[in-house]
Structures are given as C-alpha cells and as structure tokens.
Design a protein around this ligand. Structure first.
Ligand code: MLT
Ligand code: MN
Ligand code: ZN
Length: 301
C-alpha cells in the first residue's frame, strides 16, 4: 500500500489566515505551507483513495504527479473515504465537482446524513457530476471500489472514536459522526490506521491500530488549554474531541503500547509547539519514538 500525506495540518492550516502566533509567523517567514488534513492511499499506485477531502485539495493534487490526470478528463482519484463530516475534511468535495462521473464517497451513515442535511454537500454536488454515497458499516470490513465497481485492492474497516458532532450540527440526535479507519492491502497485507481526530485512546483505537505498519493519529493539540491561550474563543482540547499529545494522560503515553511499527501525528494545529523543531515538546515526541507528520511524506506498506 502506498500512503501519501497530502496535508498534515488541522483546520486552518499553517499559517492560518488570521493567526500571527509564533508558529504561523515562522511559517510565513520560511515560506512553509502546511496544508489541511488529508491522506491519499493506493494499492496499485494508479488508482488512489483520498482519506478526507480538504479545502486545500486543489493545491495537494497539483503537488503530486501520481495524482495528475493521465489524459483528458481523467483523474487517478478513484474514491474518497471520510472519517467525519467536519468542514476541513469535506470542503474539498466541492473542488471535485468537475468530475466526469459520480465520485464514490464512503463514510458512515451518520456522516452521509449530515452531508445530506445540515451541510448539504451531496445535494449541491448532485447538480454537478454528483457523488455516489457508499455506507461504511461500523465494524464491518468493506472492499473499496472505484466508480465502475472495480475493487481497488484495499479493505477498509471503520470504528467510532470519541468525538462530538461537528459544530454546525450540535443539535443533531446521537449518531456516529467520527470514525477511525483501518486499511489493509489485500496483496501485501500492509496495514494502515488513519485516526486524524479522536478524543481518547480507547478500545476502538486499540482495535484499529494494534500492530499496524503505520498509524497516523490526532496530533491537533499539545495541551488541553492551548487553543484558548492563543486568543481563540475555544473549548478545551478534550471537549473538542482531541486528545492532547502531552501530559501523563496524553497520546504520547498512550500510543506506543498499541504496537504500531510507525506512529505519525497528523491534523496538527498551528498552535501546537511540536511544530517548532527545536521545542522541548518536539524532543519529547521524538523520545517517545513518534514522528510529526509533514506534507508530502510517503510510506510503502
Ligand atoms: C476539529 O478538528 O475539531 C474541527 O475541524 C474544528 C472545526 O470546526 O474547524
Ligand atoms: Mn479538524
Ligand atoms: Zn497560528
């Protein structure tokens, strides 16, 4: 399985348009642009599945030749799988509206309902090429397929993780709006757990990530009160559904026992001190044997 980190930042990216924090200023000065959270995976390096569709998708597709068209009105993007219905993970679907055929979009029934109602992307896109909504049954294993029904060589399992509904849908009845994904390459047996947003390392995370070749996990915040301290009006990290990286009960302590061969933090918010390579927090991440994701990182599993 080929895994390509298209975007390693949380919503807003780094630098964020309205932020002058130390990380955002450093990024502007250095000309570094960390784009919003998304990964592309492929079994054959020809047909790719996007895990989430970020608002930076146009730039992300342009940055990687593997994702360039092979002919007129063609794209190696064969399907999209969504871990949730958040704006930073779904707004990119709008940018795929020029598709020549209905694009398969996999997610849970809860997320597909959000996209049919509170954040009506499916209805809007229905006036363009449209998407084909495909349900990921919780816990079940689904063979991902392209628009024509051809198998893509990847099995996908979705399990609900600790989160809360997106902000635009606070009033909705309980449902599953956030999952982690476990992908397995049928041919190589390579395994990849993708969990860009989770408020806990719980039983579901353990099942998804146990012994995988690669785990990409929520690295949004270092500490509970970090976003509020930056001046943003914000809930604490856990109330937002993001387990902080630091602290004795943070992900840095909880992830190594899962036994993943490699663990990479993604969906990193611009307030997070681990973005500074010379920070003590970054040193702690490295000491735990964990990596900070970067745009353009690739893995072969
Ligand atoms: C999150 O990751 O918690 C959300 O994307 C935050 C948001 O509403 O932008
Ligand atoms: Mn987000
Ligand atoms: Zn910032």
């Amino acid at each position: 399985m080929h895994v390509l980190i298209l975007g390693s930042a949380a919503g807003g990216g780094v630098p964020q348009w309205n932020c002058g924090c130390a990380n955002c200023r450093a990024a502007r000065t250095a000309g570094i642009d960390r784009t919003q959270s998304s990964v592309a995976v492929s079994a054959d390096a020809e047909r790719w599945v996007l895990l989430n569709a970020s608002p930076d998708l146009r730039q992300q597709l342009a940055a990687h030749p593997a994702l360039w068209p092979r002919g007129p009105r063609h794209s190696p993007v064969a399907a999209v799988a969504l871990t949730d219905g958040e704006i930073d993970h779904t707004a990119g679907l709008i940018l795929l509206r020029e598709a020549a055929a209905r694009l398969p979009v996999y997610s849970t029934a809860g997320v597909l309902a959000l996209l049919g109602n509170q954040w009506p992307l499916l209805r809007v896109l229905g006036e363009y090429a449209g998407v084909e909504a495909r349900v990921l049954p919780e816990g079940g294993v689904v063979a991902l397929r392209d628009a024509g029904g051809e198998e893509l060589g990847l099995d996908c399992q979705a399990l609900a993780v600790a989160r809360r509904p997106p902000r635009y849908a606070r009033g909705v009845p309980a449902g599953t709006f956030d999952v982690g994904l476990r992908l397995e390459d049928r041919r190589t047996g390579g395994t990849f757990a993708y969990i860009p947003a989770a408020g806990a390392v719980d039983g579901a995370v353990r099942v998804l990530a146990h012994g995988v070749d690669l785990l990409c996990f929520d690295g949004t915040f270092w500490s509970e009160g970090e976003l509020g301290a930056s001046g943003a009006q914000a809930l604490g990290a856990r109330a937002m559904g993001h387990l902080p990286v630091g602290g004795s009960d943070g992900s840095l302590a909880a992830l190594p026992p899962l036994g993943a061969r490699r663990t990479v933090l993604v969906h990193v918010n611009n307030t997070n001190p681990i973005l500074n390579p010379s920070s003590p927090e970054r040193a702690q991440v490295a000491a735990a044997g964990i990596e900070v994701g970067e745009d353009g990182m690739t893995f072969e599993l």
